[in-house]
Design a protein around this ligand. Structure first.
Ligand SMILES: [Zn+2]
Ligand SMILES: [Zn+2]
Ligand SMILES: [Zn+2]
Ligand SMILES: [Zn+2]
Ligand SMILES: [Zn+2]
Ligand SMILES: [Zn+2]
Length: 355
């Protein structure tokens, strides 16, 4: 039996979080010979370049047996520009401004706001739905992230610093939700453009601010780390966004810092505190609750016109122009007629309705 989209989305979201979580402790090793802005840029570029190499290899092999995903078109440019502006420029710049004005502990606590902001935007602005059990599950995971971020040390900072860090999280939350809107398109291409765009923007910024490039070893290390933690991770995350919507994806992705804490043990010789285990327990509880969540009722699909890879399930009963092979899955622009039916669902792009 194939896994349900809910389970597939969970596995993809948690894998994305694990790959991303690794980047924090490894970055600590690279940071002394670089700056946060430059490192962020190199990580994005590593992701973008790695995915470009994959794309080249794919083209050299010629058309494969796997059906092609819907490609990114001109109509997607405004959303993509928003993604790069929020995620690649506003987010990093605001974070840097905030970091200068806040102590490390205070900053790492505040940066956890990305998850809750992503969920709130998804629910209030983008029409997603998270029932009581889903919200409780997300609450457990977010609480775990907060506990994990709590370290001995001074909580110091001013209002401007707090606003800047909160603003950075808001920018990333917008980025996540806009990426969700694009998630029916080819994730490899989507992330390649996003990573190259964001990496280039931050590189120009770092260059304007006079940040010197690190030596070849650190540079290479950052690019390789970027391929895993910003390239592959964001691709997996894009699939999770497609299958689950941004609210549930954000909950799974918020487990990333725990993976970072685990990796810090062998890598940096750090020890897990009792608090870290509490955090892990809270997160595990949240993940279990989210996996058990069920949501189903009679709902109506409005008319919808779009293009994506699909099989001809209950949502996709449409005619095909003569000459188009009806082999599944395939991708073409299609029209969704109004439809009322009852089945379990999450807030993917076909299920945005009032509750
Ligand atoms: Zn519903
Ligand atoms: Zn509904
Ligand atoms: Zn469709
Ligand atoms: Zn079709
Ligand atoms: Zn559709
Ligand atoms: Zn439906």
């Amino acid at each position: 039996m194939p896994f349900s989209p809910r389970v597939k989305g969970a596995v993809l979201g948690l894998s994305a979080a694990a790959l991303f979580g690794v980047s924090a402790p490894v970055s600590k090793l690279l940071l002394p010979s670089s700056t946060p802005l430059l490192l962020a840029s190199l990580l994005y570029l590593g992701g973008g370049l790695g995915l470009s190499v994959l794309e080249l290899l794919r083209r050299m092999r010629g058309p494969g047996v796997k059906a092609a995903e819907a490609s990114i078109g001109r109509r997607d440019v405004p959303l993509l520009a928003g993604v790069i502006l929020c995620g690649g420029i506003l987010g990093p710049v605001l974070m840097l401004l905030g970091l200068q004005r806040m102590s490390g502990v205070a900053a790492s606590l505040l940066l956890n706001l990305e998850g809750p902001f992503t969920i709130l935007l998804a629910l209030w602005v983008f029409g997603e739905h998270l029932g009581r059990s889903g919200a409780l599950a997300a609450g457990f995971i977010m609480a775990g992230a907060a506990v994990l971020g709590f370290q001995e040390g001074e909580l110091r900072g001013d209002l401007m610093g707090m606003l800047a860090l909160a603003g950075a999280c808001l920018a990333w939350a917008v980025d996540n939700n806009l990426t969700q809107r694009l998630s029916l398109k080819d994730p490899l291409a989507l992330v390649r453009i996003k990573a190259l765009g964001s990496g280039t923007c931050t590189l120009v910024l770092a260059w304007m601010l006079g940040h010197p490039l690190p030596g070849a070893a650190v540079l290479g290390g950052a690019l390789v780390l970027g391929f895993a933690s910003y390239g592959l991770s964001i691709v997996l995350d894009a699939y999770a966004l497609r299958l689950l919507g941004a609210a549930r994806e954000a909950a799974y992705f918020a487990t990333a810092p725990f993976v970072g804490a685990l990796v810090s043990v062998p890598l940096l010789g750090e020890r897990l505190r009792a608090l870290d285990l509490v955090a892990g327990g809270l997160m595990a509880t949240g993940v279990m609750l989210l996996l058990r969540e069920r949501h189903g009722h009679e709902h109506t699909h409005a008319t919808l016109e779009h293009e994506h890879l699909h099989v001809h399930d209950a949502h996709h009963q449409h005619p095909h122009p003569p000459g188009m092979p009806a082999a599944e899955p395939h991708s073409h622009p299609h029209h969704h007629a109004p439809l009322t039916h009852d089945h379990p669902h999450v807030s993917d792009l076909h299920h945005r309705h009032r509750h």
